[in-house]
Design a protein around this ligand. Structure first.
Ligand SMILES: [Zn+2]
Length: 473
């Protein structure tokens, strides 16, 4: 490996020396990457749980690196001084007791007969619609389905996107694990980020604005037998009491490198990653820390390394924002607040590259390749590739990765925003085993290094990426 790597290094050096005017004054080194990864993903960082002090400590570390790299602070003003950190107010809601589902004389309680994955509010009601193949969804109905095909998600989405007030899912081999998981947790309820209410989404882990997403309820095996006897039109009611809202906070880190060109400095390139992960779980025996080395200490390290190289080189013509978001894993709380309070008008952000899970190579592509989510949605990926990026189309389109990171919320606001990754669907995803020792340092160093030239081109060009026809989310 090492031998192979040094050969590669020499050829990269030769290649860059041909373009001496763009040669960076700093370069991407494995030792620096190891230092940054270790700072973020060691056990002391306790898994950088969303909305925790640990997440904030990760932010403070990233801020200290930005300061070293001559990146200016663009976060909150504290004691009259601009800092890198941005405190994001988050108000959470919780049920005071498990909510109850009633249909006629039948009653089920969350955690027992039913598992409420999420609720749009304290109560939900509507007439029961027992869905049969080919039926249209009745507006405002509580729709009961027996997922029959191999893909319950597709059948659920069909109900959730067509005006139902709620979705009740019968027990089956394909849904039993979901019932167990949802029954063991409190139901999720809309949260308030700044002034906007967000509902966790089913179509994407990135939450949606507005509080009207339908409730989702799974049934136990016994409850399914009871429901099978019910008829269309029966009145269904889910009710519970919501505790006083609990205020909390998450953290973003924002740094800026002001553009040098009088005209192009108004155009912003946004480089992002998420710094939070799943924290710790004291219920686990053995390892209790979700270190999140690949997810997404690796992406934060890419953002820091871009800051190192761009901060050391000649000033880019365009303005570059370096941002690490908090609480992506909870539904993108940090990015939502950023969109509500952008440091520049959103229309000035010409492109966003999010870096997610680049710590290991994906065997679905060539070893030195990265992929871009939603590659065919815009001309950004192909242009970066033309300028030397080893970027190809996402080889896992069925995973919907385009909708599964911070970039998605930005894309929905019109910004050409896509995620760079090499996640090969490894089994350590969202497990305590996503640790530093699983990182492929050669791959990660080469991956970040390979993006330097293309990003340098992007921040100095006047190329404005656009969505392809019909592909804007
Ligand atoms: Zn992630």
């Amino acid at each position: 490996m090492r031998r192979h790597y040094s050969v590669l290094c020499v050829s990269l050096l030769l290649a860059t020396s041909l373009f001496a005017q763009t040669k960076p004054a700093a370069s991407v080194k494995e030792a620096d990457i190891k230092t940054e990864m270790t700072a973020l993903a060691n056990d002391e960082m306790r898994g950088r749980g969303s909305m925790t002090e640990d997440e904030k400590r990760a932010g403070e570390y990233i801020a200290s690196q930005f300061a070293k790299f001559h990146i200016a602070p663009a976060g909150d003003v504290v004691n009259g001084k601009k800092g890198y950190l941005e405190a994001v107010p988050v108000t959470k809601q919780e049920f005071a007791a498990p909510p109850i589902l009633k249909v006629g004389s039948w009653t089920g309680t969350h955690g027992k007969e039913i598992a409420v994955l999420r609720a749009g509010g304290a109560t939900m009601s509507g007439p029961l619609q027992v869905l049969k193949p080919g039926d249209n969804i009745q507006q405002g109905a509580v729709v009961y389905i027996h997922p029959s095909g191999g893909n319950p998600r597709a059948e659920m989405m069909q109900v959730l996107q067509n005006g139902a007030a709620g979705l009740i899912v019968a027990d089956s081999d394909a849904t039993r694990a979901r019932f167990t998981r949802a029954a063991a947790q409190p139901p999720s309820l809309p949260v308030r980020i700044g002034s906007v209410q967000l509902t966790p989404s089913v179509s994407s882990p990135i939450a949606q604005e507005g509080g009207t997403e339908p409730a989702i309820i799974y049934l136990s095996e016994a409850a399914t037998k009871d429901f099978d006897k019910l008829e269309n039109g029966a009145k269904v009611e889910l009710s519970g009491q919501i505790k006083t809202a609990v205020p909390g906070s998450t953290t973003n880190v924002i740094g800026v490198l002001e553009g040098s060109d009088a005209k192009l400095k108004k155009e912003v390139i946004l480089l992002t990653a998420h710094m939070d992960h799943l924290g710790t779980d004291p219920k686990l025996s053995g390892d209790q820390i979700y270190n999140g080395a690949d997810d997404d200490a690796s992406g934060c390290t890419a953002v820091m390394e871009m800051a190192r190289v761009l901060g050391a080189g000649p000033k880019p013509k365009r303005t570059v924002y370096f941002v690490t978001f908090g609480s992506e894993e909870k539904g993108g709380y940090g990015n939502q607040y950023f969109l509500q309070h952008p440091p520049v008008p959103l229309s000035g952000i010409v492109a966003n590259l999010e870096f997610e899970m680049i710590g290991r190579a994906d065997s679905a592509v060539k070893p030195d390749e990265l992929w871009l989510t939603g590659y065919d949605r815009s001309n950004l990926g192909p242009e970066l590739a033309k300028h030397g990026a080893k970027i190809v189309a996402d080889p896992h389109p069925d995973q919907n990765f385009f909708m599964r990171s911070d970039n998605y919320a930005l894309a929905r606001k019109g910004i050409v925003a896509q995620t760079v990754s090499s996640f090969g669907l490894h089994k350590d995803y969202h497990q305590v085993s996503d640790e530093l020792k699983t990182i492929d340092w050669d791959h990660m160093t080469q991956a970040i290094g390979s993006m330097v030239g293309p990003v340098e081109w992007l921040v100095n060009s006047d190329f404005k990426p656009t969505w392809n026809e019909g592909k804007k989310p």
